[in-house]
Design a protein around this ligand. Structure first.
Ligand SMILES: *Cc1c(COP(=O)(O)O)cnc(C)c1O
Length: 433
């Protein structure tokens, strides 16, 4: 008789895991206060004191800059718009290249394209999955203007080496910290190491405001451009007396007072949420890491990985079965979570390396790599980033079972599922795809 649930056996658990819901009375009260005021956004897209938004938005930004220790924290309506804003603020334009990671949410790589520039994909590090400094170096040309680093999964990229490369070649650094709020690289919070750091406050992230984002910087000139791009800069530059108006055509990337009210409360909860997440992640890495061929994520010394997800490497020769079959077997043993009933908390691979998307394969933009100002020839063919491809298609799986709210019993059910599947790989192999 079959033992594994995927073959018709009894699953380890069918009861859903607890929801990851960080919204409580604090957020409700804060939003009600804004609603009672009737003032749901106070932004004005002209040079006026309300160019910087209402009192709640400004308080939220003040709190954020205090936590991260930067001169400026500037809210926007998403990390995606924050990435676009950062590229614009750096003066990036058609003909320029920006080095990006292929193993990230698509918006990180897309940002240069919005300003007519070309994303050039460097490969990722086999141990921490962030940009590999040696690969960055190979991608640098006279057209390179910036390196866009993603601290993927919450694990800091190798910033010492990346900063040294940027200094040597006179390049800007943007840090996409959507998955890594309060991650630490050698005593520094990520986002404070490069020229601009950007955070996401969407529903899936450590803390959220529904949708939202924050940029941080210590640079006065970059901050001015960020404010202008966020809020209709073209209307503002003349009255404000802005000298350098390049790329100051603005958008409406403004956060509402309600989101800012939620953000203030969520930010207070962030350190505690990270502590719980790290404790759960450590327990799971220790237990699941006992399986021969399943390798917990490597974290550089003096660094803190904040585990947006926990990514493991999977060695099929040691485990004795293909990664996808193993992950599917886990899915059958344990359920999803409340509020996410349809979505499993474990996945094989992450996202396909970005250059394999149709946009890049078909070179479907009017400017960027098709622009007459572009004098390079960028390669987006399969095989350009072998490490990212190997991780995605063969070796990496990730899960979210370390989310705060999981009890020790919940975690033990997860461990039991991994142990059960690894002890029954023979059964799995016999029927595998
Ligand atoms: C979530 C995410 C984004 C996009 O964030 P939004 O706030 O949804 O725009 C960008 N980059 C990475 C690495 C992300 O995880």
């Amino acid at each position: 008789m079959a033992k594994l649930a995927i073959r018709g056996g009894e699953p380890v658990r069918t009861r859903l895991f607890p929801a990851y819901n960080t919204i409580g009375d604090e957020e409700k009260r804060a939003v009600l206060k804004v609603l009672d005021s009737g003032n749901l956004s106070q932004f004005l897209g002209t040079w006026h004191k309300d160019f910087f938004g209402g009192p709640t938005v400004q308080q939220f930004e003040k709190d954020w800059s205090a936590v991260f220790g930067t001169k400026y924290a500037i809210s926007v309506n998403s990390n995606t718009s924050g990435l676009f804003t950062a590229i614009g603020a750096l003066g990036i334009k058609p003909g320029d290249e920006v080095i990006v990671s292929p193993y990230t949410m698509s918006a990180s790589a897309l940002a240069p394209i919005i300003y007519g520039a070309v994303p050039v994909f460097a490969d990722v590090d086999y141990e921490n999955f962030g940009l590999d400094p040696a690969s960055i170096e190979k991608c640098i040309t006279p057209r390179t203007k910036a390196i866009l680093v993603v601290h993927i999964f919450g694990n800091p990229a190798r910033m010492d080496e990346i900063v040294a490369i940027a200094k040597r070649h006179g390049l800007f650094i943007i840090e996409d910290c959507a998955q890594s709020p309060m991650a630490v690289y050698k005593d520094k919070l990520v986002g404070t190491i490069g020229d601009i750091g950007i955070f996401s406050l969407n529903y899936h992230k450590h803390i959220h405001t529904g949708e939202g984002g924050v940029l941080i910087t210590n640079d006065d000139q970059l901050a001015e451009k960020i404010y202008l791009i966020r809020n209709h800069g073209e209307n503002v530059v003349e009255s404000k007396g802005v000298q350098d108006v390049f790329n100051t055509h603005g958008f409406n990337y403004r956060m509402t007072e309600m989101e800012a009210a939620v953000g203030i409360e969520q930010l207070k909860k962030l350190p505690g949420l990270i502590e719980q997440r790290l404790a759960n992640a450590e327990y799971l890495a220790c237990q699941i890491g006992k399986i021969n061929g399943i390798i917990p994520p490597a974290v550089e010394p003096q660094c803190r990985h904040v585990h947006y997800v926990q990514a493991f490497k999977f060695k099929k020769d040691l485990v004795g079965v293909e990664r996808n079959d193993f992950v599917n077997a886990i899915k059958a043993e344990i359920p999803s979570a409340v509020m996410r009933e349809e979505t499993h908390l474990i996945g094989a691979g992450y996202v396909k390396p970005v250059y394999l998307q149709p946009l890049y394969q078909q070179r479907a933009t009017h400017c960027s790599f098709n622009c007459e100002k572009y004098k390079g020839s960028v390669d987006y063919s399969k095989g350009i980033c072998p490490v990212a491809e190997k991780l995605h298609f063969e070796e990496l799986f990730f899960h979210e079972y370390m989310r705060p709210g999981m009890s020790r019993q919940d975690l033990d059910d997860v461990v039991a599922a991994f142990m059960k599947v690894s002890e029954n790989v023979a059964e799995l192999r016999q029927y595998a795809s």
